[in-house]
Ligand binder design. Sequence first.
Ligand code: HEM
Length: 467
Amino acid sequence: MASSIPGLRPVPLLKGRVNLMRFFGDPVGVMTKIYREHGKLGAVTAHDSSMVCAFGPEYNQEILANSRQFFNWADLPVEFPEGSPASRFGINLTAMNGGEHKRHRQMMQPPFLRSNIASYRDDMVETIEEVLADWPQQGTINLKDEMVRISMLVMMRCMFGLRVKEEALALGQMSLDFLSQAVNPAVMALPLNIPGTPYRKFLDFCGRFEAKFIELIEARRASDAPPKDVLGMLIVAADDEGTHFTNEELVGQTGLLFVAGHETTAFTLIWTVTLLAQHPEVYSKLQEELAPLQGEAPSHEQLAELKYLDAIIKESMRLLPATPNMFMRRGIDPFTLGGYELPSGAKVILSPLITHRMPELYEDPLAFHPERWETIKHSVYEFMPFGAGPRMCLGMGFADLEIRLALAMIVQRWRVALSPKTVVDTKVRGITMGPKKGYEVGVFTPDTEPELHPIQGTLRELVSFPK
Ligand code: HEM
């Protein structure tokens, strides 16, 4: 049995600290380096088994299928005062393990059952229509802003039943502020509960944010209308003993749903539209597949028949998964991995992005080639943009429907093309990867064949674009 895992060299004197900071600053760069230099198993800091990367379907299965031994590790590197609103936002699925996770996950299942997902279709279409109504027939749009708007408004309508755009946008903006403050290094670096500090401002903000949630929950509890949105269904959900969620639990869980579902969906839409814009022949072929819809949004039955759309989305999520690395898993007991002994508490990093680029699984892995999905037979551990095992994404069906509808509606009505000299740098925040900044794209009538401008920026390191 080997005893020490090779990995990235530590910086002298600072030991593993610098490598840790490197990983949190640029997980994709660090994981890619470890994979290139050490293969499927490598430590973030050489010979330090407290944090290791394990890549490929075998390790994915070994870890993800064994949730008794490998707990989710989604802790923020900062603590909040006990009983404060900020601490209550931490009461959510990602922070739970074992029996508690199982119970909460079961209770959260109903709004995401296939039959209920289908019921969100009309609201999704109406919301996407509202956003697209503001697009010019020919002109430019900021792709990031527009995709974020679609995913935020869909979330607000389907999750909280907020139909009034201004109200939805106001709560959406609060949610975005919550997200950016929660990962703000200034909040974490100086956790001082003193007026004026970023930490204190975050605590105060959480109080106002929680009050807004409670207001929505109380209004829903007081209403006799049958629950149609996610919040309504969670309010009536019960465990095997008939116990319901408390208000605190509802705040934490619905807060998580927004955080987990909003950026991931927006980023997947951004990446897919960008890939389509840079692959005109794929764009045209998709337009041909969609032509029988005559400009309308597809029904459920029609969606099931749109095989090329399906292949395009799979290929986009293979190349640019919105979550390139998963939440870390923490071994409860000491364990062995790849012939190495690891202590209890050691953390394992798994990566859909690295797995999806293994040449033995995907030929010419950096190419965007949707046709490959006509023949690929993949296991859930080889293709896992939504994770795998008992913690697989709860909102997969929801996201999948929204992405398909939005793309089908956009591609039928516009030809999208990148503007000259567009720079697209990627950025991972938390565990999601999106564009560092927004960028303008040209939108044209669907029969236009716009000029193809080469893309610049770090996205080029992840995709081999045509010249
Ligand atoms: C394209 C969009 C999405 C992607 C790529 C995505 C990806 C993922 C992944 C990879 C995980 C597993 C993380 C891990 O095991 O470490 C996950 C978990 C989760 N996702 Fe999604 N997600 C998306 C959309 C959504 C939406 C729309 C919702 C809710 C409305 C949602 C709710 C959740 C929740 C609650 C979990 C935690 C599950 C648990 O711990 O049991 N996600 N997601």
